[in-house]
Design a protein around this ligand. Structure first.
Ligand code: 5GP
Length: 218
């Protein structure tokens, strides 16, 4: 049994009001969403973006009810929490979106408080979330920049997934099935980026963000 520290992911009110108490408009948060099937090298790209992006950028720590993998730290990789805590916070409106991924009873959710924390810090919030969650974020924040990351070839997804060695065959099967669904929704994204090389891919995403910074958030 893993240790579950009670974590409150935020108590922000429902809704995305852009007006402060004095009626002044709060700028819409700058959000970049990166999705892509397991095995696209997403985690590596995100890590590089956080340290090398040409715009201020902070990865939003999302919440999950799955068991931490070796080396994962609560509050850094995810807010790990029990299903009971997750559902309680969901009912209280603490999440912008939630998804039960892989039909396994594992919940994931984007805490409202994370977006607010990062907005206050004056940075882009980077959300690495699944396709359904991403489309929900875009519905709420039409200005969010949506990036779908693809592997250079289909075989690469499975090879990377197996190479990671963290998953059972059954879990890999679930992830591959999910990959097909996700690829199907890729054309709903603003950009599709092929991860053929880490440096090049990070530079391409950095360019996209700089362009948006210049045209939409100047
Ligand atoms: P993993 O268990 O491998 O860390 O993540 C599984 C999937 O959940 C990935 O596709 C990841 O992008 C997605 N995910 C992580 N956090 C969230 C979240 O807050 N909301 C949604 N909708 N998906 C998430």
């Amino acid at each position: 049994m893993m240790a579950m520290s009670p974590v409150t992911v935020g108590s922000a009110a429902r809704g995305n009001s852009m007006s402060g108490a004095d009626g002044a408009r709060t700028p819409e948060p700058r959000i970049v969403v990166i999705s892509g099937p397991s095995g696209t090298g997403k985690t590596t790209i995100v890590r590089h973006l956080v340290s090398d992006a040409p715009v201020p950028l902070i990865k939003a720590v999302t919440a999950t009810t799955r068991t931490p993998r070796t080396g994962e730290i609560s509050g850094i990789d995810y807010h790990f929490m029990s299903v009971a805590d997750f559902l309680e916070q969901r009912a209280a409106g603490a999440f912008l979106e939630t998804a039960e991924v892989f039909a396994s009873g594992t919940w994931y959710g984007t805490p409202r408080s994370e977006i607010e924390r990062i907005r206050t810090a004056g940075a882009w919030a980077l959300l690495e979330i699944d396709v359904r969650g991403a489309l929900e974020i875009k519905r709420q924040y039409p200005g969010a920049v949506m990036i779908f990351l693809r592997a250079a070839s289909l075989d690469e997804y499975e090879a990377r997934l197996r190479g990671r060695g963290t998953e059972t065959d059954e879990a890999i099967g679930h992830r591959l099935a999910r990959m097909q669904q996700e690829l199907h929704l890729a054309d709903r994204y603003d950009y599709q980026v092929i991860n053929d090389n880490v440096q090049r891919t990070v530079a391409e995403i950095g360019d996209i963000l700089q362009r948006h910074e210049a045209t939409h958030h100047a």
